[in-house]
Design a protein around this ligand. Structure first.
Ligand code: ADE
Length: 232
C-alpha cells in the first residue's frame, strides 16, 4: 500500500517512520510511505505556501496551487487508479477503527496535513475525497493526525503485525474495550494476579475476560455497550 504525506514539516515524521511496526512494514515493502515537502511546490523565492484570507480575519490559509501541484506529483503520470486524497482537519469525519479498516483496503492514500487557519476551499472541493479529524479538539496542524491515521491503517495491512500481535481480540474490533492483562511476577508489591488467570482453565479464563471487558467498557465508555447491544 502506498502513502504520500504532504506537509510543511517533513522532519516531524522521521521518528515514527523509523521505529517498530511502521519501520518493519516499510522494510518489507508492505507500506511504501513517502513524505512530500509542500514547500517544494511553492512558486516564489521565499517558498510561500500560505497567504492572508480573502474577507479578512486571523491567520493564514494554504494557497491552492502548491497543494494541487503536490497532489498531481504524488498521483504520478500513470497514477494508481484507486487513490484517495484525505485532508486532516478538525472539520472532518471523526476517525475510528472502522474507518481505519476501510482505508487499509485502498491502494494509495494521499494525506494532506492542514495548518494555520485552514486550506483554500477549492482544494477541498476539487481534490479532497475525505476530510478526517482525529477528535473534537484542535491541534496546531495535521501532522500528528496524519501519523495517527498512518499508524492505525498500516497495522491493519495483512502481514504488518507479527504472529505475536493480532487485531482480532483488541478494543474496537470486538466492540468492547480490552480486558485487563497481567504478566510475571504473580505477586508484585502485595498485589496478586487474579487466580483464574493462573488456573489453566481456558473456558473460565475466556468467561472472566469477557466479563471484565464488559465491566471496563460500562465504566469508561457506556455508549459502546449500548451500541453493541443494539447491533446484537
Ligand atoms: N488539525 C488540527 N486539529 C486536528 C484534528 N483534531 N484532527 C485532524 N486534523 C487536525
Amino acid at each position: 500500500m502506498r502513502f504520500d504525506i504532504i506537509t510543511v514539516f517533513p522532519e516531524l515524521f522521521s521518528g515514527v517512520l523509523d521505529c517498530g511496526i511502521l519501520r518493519r512494514a516499510r522494510q518489507s515493502s508492505l507500506a511504501d510511505i513517502r513524505i512530500v515537502n509542500l514547500r517544494d511546490f511553492a512558486r516564489d523565492k521565499h517558498k510561500s505556501v500560505d497567504d492572508r484570507p480573502y474577507g479578512g480575519g486571523e491567520g493564514m490559509v494554504f494557497m491552492p496551487a502548491p497543494i494541487f501541484e503536490a497532489v498531481e506529483y504524488c498521483r504520478g503520470e500513470k497514477g494508481i487508479p484507486e487513490c484517495q486524497v484525505v485532508l486532516l482537519t478538525p472539520q472532518g469525519t471523526v476517525w475510528s477503527q472502522n474507518l481505519a479498516a476501510e482505508f487499509s483496503t485502498i491502494p494509495h492514500l494521499i494525506l494532506i496535513c492542514g495548518r494555520y487557519e485552514g486550506v483554500d476551499q477549492r482544494v477541498i472541493d476539487c481534490l479532497v475525497d475525505r476530510e478526517v479529524s482525529i477528535g473534537d479538539f484542535v491541534l496546531t496542524g495535521g501532522e500528528i493526525p496524519a501519523m495517527v491515521v498512518l499508524d492505525s491503517v498500516v497495522r491493519l495491512i495483512p502481514g504488518a503485525l507479527g504472529c505475536r500481535e493480532s487485531t482480532i481480540n483488541e478494543s474496537f474490533t470486538t466492540g468492547l474495550l480490552d480486558y485487563p492483562q497481567y504478566t510475571r511476577p504473580a505477586e508484585f508489591r502485595g498485589r496478586v494476579v487474579p487466580e483464574v488467570l493462573l488456573s489453566g482453565d481456558h473456558a473460565r479464563i475466556k468467561k472472566w475476560r469477557k466479563e471484565q471487558a464488559l465491566e471496563k467498557t460500562k465504566r469508561a465508555r457506556p455508549e459502546l455497550v449500548t451500541r453493541k447491544l443494539a447491533q446484537n
